[in-house]
Design a protein around this ligand. Structure first.
Ligand SMILES: Nc1ncnc2c1ncn2[C@@H]1O[C@H](COP(=O)(O)OP(=O)(O)OP(=O)(O)O)[C@@H](O)[C@H]1O
Ligand SMILES: [Mg+2]
Length: 263
């Protein structure tokens, strides 16, 4: 399997706050990788530096062997990279369906024109069908016509995934997709993400929910103090010395279990 994402010796500080301090990890094409670590260790910052929402001070980020650090967010998105946000915010006046349709770059500017050629109408119809299909997969059909800003936090998370999937990216980065989503929907979300992965989409998932991680991911990367402290199987997390130390600040022993600390 070829490497789709590589972070090499990445440093990022916000003033005196040194968040990423020589971060290295690789993701291979086709994997579902969990990105874990205690609150504030820099997980969302990692997604921000990969997607160009935030610059890096040193090091390199590569997507499919090409350096992307230094490029603008829209240039990185054009390399078939999509992401969701930990705290998604939605436009006040657009419906859920319109928000998903607007996530398609094919539609930009076209649907608002007064005069529509047959080609534009066909494109609009195809875009609407794709949006409806994704809304169904993400259990949002019932709220498709509501203002996007009015739906619940958990539904906004699912809507973020629908938007990110609109153009079938090669690399999809999800920031805590389960947070705020009802636990009863966990199994469906796991199935949906696996189906997305089976379409050839590589996934990197930030998540604190250990059950979700073990059901979904094939590998886990754990960050602490701005670096990778573990690169292991989900089943190895509970007993991995550096992981236990990262979460609890203790040497591992029988009485310390990561799952209990972060579930
Ligand atoms: N734009 C920013 N400006 C200043 N500081 C920032 C910025 N973004 C992140 N930070 C700081 O970087 C550190 C890491 O934040 P980050 O959001 O990446 O953590 P996280 O691992 O995603 O945490 P959580 O699990 O709580 O979501 C925090 O100390 C945060 O305050
Ligand atoms: Mg975060």
């Amino acid at each position: 399997m070829s490497t789709i994402l590589r972070l090499q010796d990445v440093y990022k500080a916000f003033g005196g706050n040194h968040v990423l301090t020589g971060l290295n990890f690789n993701v291979r094409q086709g994997e579902i990788v969990g990105l874990l670590g205690p609150n504030g260790c820099g997980k969302s910052t990692v997604l921000n530096v990969i997607t160009g929402y935030c610059s890096i001070d040193r090091g390199a980020v590569e997507v499919r062997g090409e350096r992307v650090s230094g490029l603008a967010a829209h240039q990185i998105a054009a390399k078939s990279v999509r992401r969701t946000f930990q705290l998604p915010s939605m436009p006040g006046r657009m419906t859920v369906e319109e928000v998903v349709m607007a996530a398609s770059t094919r539609s930009h500017g076209l649907f608002s024109t007064l005069w529509r050629s047959a080609k534009v109408r066909r494109l609009e119809q195809e875009t609407r069908e794709r949006a409806r299909q994704l809304l169904e997969e993400l259990l949002l059909t019932k709220v498709a016509h509501l203002p996007a800003a009015s739906i619940s936090g958990g539904q906004k998370k699912l809507l973020g995934i629908a938007c990110a999937m609109m153009e079938q990216p090669l690399l999809l980065l999800l920031d805590e997709p389960m947070a705020g989503v009802h636990p009863n929907l966990r199994a469906e979300l796991v199935t949906t993400l696996k189906r997305i992965n089976s379409q050839g989409i590589t996934l990197v998932i930030i998540e604190h929910d250990m059950h979700f991680i073990s059901e979904t991911c094939s590998r886990c990367i754990v960050l602490d103090k701005g670096r990778t402290v573990a690169d292991c199987l989900p089943s190895e997390l509970e007993t991995h010395e550096s992981v236990v130390e990262a979460y609890l600040g203790k040497k591992p022993g029988r009485q310390y279990q990561v799952a209990g600390a972060v579930a």
